[in-house]
Design a protein around this ligand. Structure first.
Ligand code: MTE
Length: 328
């Protein structure tokens, strides 16, 4: 891999993860708990200035009235949630820099007006205002794991709607086999996109079966409010059984196609980052082990689970595909 193009997961983890008192899940789950958890973090946050920016951004979001959304109890976790100030100050968003501390730079992202294009193999191509789309969907909160290919993990209370609902809304033609997703392209706003050696815009793809699996989730918010910019506002993907790079941020286009899309990282280093990228502790990255992961807010190293703990929901998707490189 060219040094210029190397993803941060090649860089040794020399930035210490702040040791935070973990936020008891009940603070989030209890009635009114989101507000309590949020303000507690706001007061105690090491990144106080950032929290203020996040709070301002969330306050001016045109969909603010939709939060907090109802919790979907089917998606709960056996792990503590990652505190918001940890999660929102340790991000991968290469459009704003190739390191983890991009949260301030990401505030340059202008999330309104924002349109979402549904095109390709659909009955009728559409360009939608993001707020119209969000208001047409049923928002809910789900607690999800997130396992980065770099072998760290977090747990997040996402708000959003099922990808299957978007697919139904788009009315794809029967020949559509994949969905290609694309992030915005604006090098004036996103300094990382001035790195012309990278194949911008960021692209990802899923099969139709994956996108319509119950777990595939389109995220509009986190921690009980509209998503902070560094999370990939106003619309990002969460596919928790896959390595984190599949969960594309700040999406502007969904293209239904019969050709397998080539993703951003696959274009940069296809031998290491493939189309499927399903989590499997027994299949190492070519240059490091995937057997365990570092829990971001505690620093504890825990075993990684097949499909990141979601095998029951998704293993069937890969029956008959054993010849494919499913785990990187
Ligand atoms: N989407 C875009 N557009 N740009 C990116 O750099 N990074 C990916 C993914 N989605 C990325 C992206 C990677 S490598 C990871 S691990 C997750 O976003 C990180 O999400 P988080 O910052 O919310 O933890």
């Amino acid at each position: 891999m060219l040094i210029k193009n190397r993803p941060s997961w090649e860089i040794s983890e020399n930035q210490a993860t702040p040791e935070q008192a973990f936020l008891n899940r009940r603070q989030f789950l209890g009635k009114g708990g989101i507000a309590l958890g949020g303000s507690a973090l706001f007061l105690s946050g090491a990144a106080g200035g950032l929290s203020t920016m996040d709070a301002n951004a969330a306050q001016s979001d045109p969909t603010l009235d939709l939060y907090p959304a109802n919790k979907n109890a089917s998606y709960s976790l056996d792990r503590e949630l990652t505190p918001e100030d940890v999660n929102s100050t340790y991000n991968n968003f290469y459009e704003f820099g190739s390191h983890k501390q991009i949260s301030s730079a990401a505030q340059a992202l202008e999330t309104r007006p924002w349109t979402i294009t549904l095109d390709g193999m659909v009955e009728k191509e559409q360009v939608l205002d993001v707020d119209t789309l969000i208001r047409n969907m049923q928002l809910e909160e789900r607690l999800y794991r997130h396992r980065c290919v770099e072998a760290w993990s977090m747990t997040i209370p996402w708000t959003g709607f099922s990808f299957a609902a978007l697919v139904a809304y788009a009315r794809p033609l029967s020949g559509a086999k994949y969905i290609r997703m694309e992030t915005f392209m604006d090098p004036d706003m996103a300094s990382g996109q001035r790195q012309t050696w990278n194949p911008w815009p960021y692209v990802e793809g899923l099969t139709m079966q994956e996108a319509t699996n119950e777990l595939a989730f389109l995220v509009t918010g986190a921690y009980g409010k509209p998503a902070a910019k560094q999370f990939g506002a106003p619309l990002r993907l969460a596919v928790p059984w896959k390595y984190g790079f599949k969960s594309i941020k700040s999406i502007v286009k969904f293209t239904f196609t019969d050709e397998r899309p080539k993703s951003f990282w696959e274009s940069i280093q296809g031998a290491e980052y493939g189309f499927w990228a399903n989590v499997n502790p027994q299949v190492d990255h070519p240059r490091w082990s995937q057997a365990t992961e570092r829990v971001l807010h505690t620093g504890a190293r825990v075993p990684t689970l097949l499909f990141n703990g979601y095998a029951e929901e998704v293993a069937h998707l890969y029956k008959g595909l054993e010849g494919e490189i499913l785990y990187r």
